[in-house]
Design a protein around this ligand. Structure first.
Ligand code: ZN
Length: 240
């Protein structure tokens, strides 16, 4: 089975469409949450994911958009964007987000937004956090997002190795425990402004990272037209 793995789409429809086109024919589309938040197209992104029958989990921004979360923990600009999303989304978008579980296990692979031990919130950015979460995962392979940085954390006999993939990088999946992060479709933060995603091939037992150009200026215009904060548009241009 060839699976597109998408995370942190953040209501950026042109980035989602560019990634779906670039990855080509797949058997399934899995997402790792933060479908909405920050970006100007929450209803459109959810409609597209529904059309392509994507399955996935809930992120902290999805939860915030449902009003299920105390947003005083968000920084003021993020909070503003969260409240914009919560006000704007259609009832069917809300219902779709509401149905997302915080964790899924499919084909012996775990899907979470943050980490296996804290599915919605934890950022796995350090070796100690990766080590603890490799141990906490119920499956050998775990897919997660939240940091917006493409990376693989692999347990090699107690030594935790961080693999930083570039466009086209392939990682063979074996018996070693691994956390796989596809990076962000709609708001990359690793200094590369291109959308980031992953293709998982369960028969060939390998995963491939991809970077995809999309029309950033069009999204920036939609951000401005929606009255969302200007820093959101600036950030897309730099990818940080
Ligand atoms: Zn996110």
């Amino acid at each position: 089975m060839r699976i597109a793995v998408l995370s942190d789409i953040h209501a950026n429809l042109p980035a989602l469409d560019a990634v779906l086109a670039a990855l080509g024919e797949v058997d399934a589309i899995w997402h790792l949450g933060d479908v909405v938040g920050y970006g100007p197209h929450p209803d459109e992104v959810v409609a597209r994911l529904r059309d392509v029958e994507a399955i996935g989990v809930r992120g902290n921004h999805d939860e915030a958009a449902l009003g299920a979360l105390d947003v005083t923990y968000f920084n003021p600009a993020a909070r503003w964007a969260v409240e914009w999303t919560a006000r704007r989304i259609a009832p069917e978008t809300r219902a779709w987000l509401q149905d997302l579980p915080e964790r899924l296990e499919i084909e012996k692979i775990t899907l979470v937004h943050g980490s296996p031990r804290d599915p919605t919130w934890e950022y796995v950015t350090t070796t100690p956090a990766a080590r603890a979460n490799l141990a906490a995962s119920a499956t050998t392979q775990c897919l997660h997002g939240h940091t917006h940085i493409p990376i693989a954390w692999r347990d090699d006999d107690g030594h935790v190795e961080a693999v930083r993939p570039s466009d086209g990088f392939e990682l063979v999946l074996d018996e070693r425990r691994v956390l796989l992060n596809p990076g962000s479709v709609g708001q990359p933060r690793d200094g590369d402004r291109r959308a980031s995603a992953m293709v998982l091939d369960t028969e060939a037992r390998r995963v491939t990272w991809r970077r995809v150009e999309y029309p950033i200026a069009a999204v920036q215009a939609d951000i401005r037209a929606a009255g969302l904060p200007a820093w959101l548009a600036d950030r897309l241009a730099t990818g940080d």
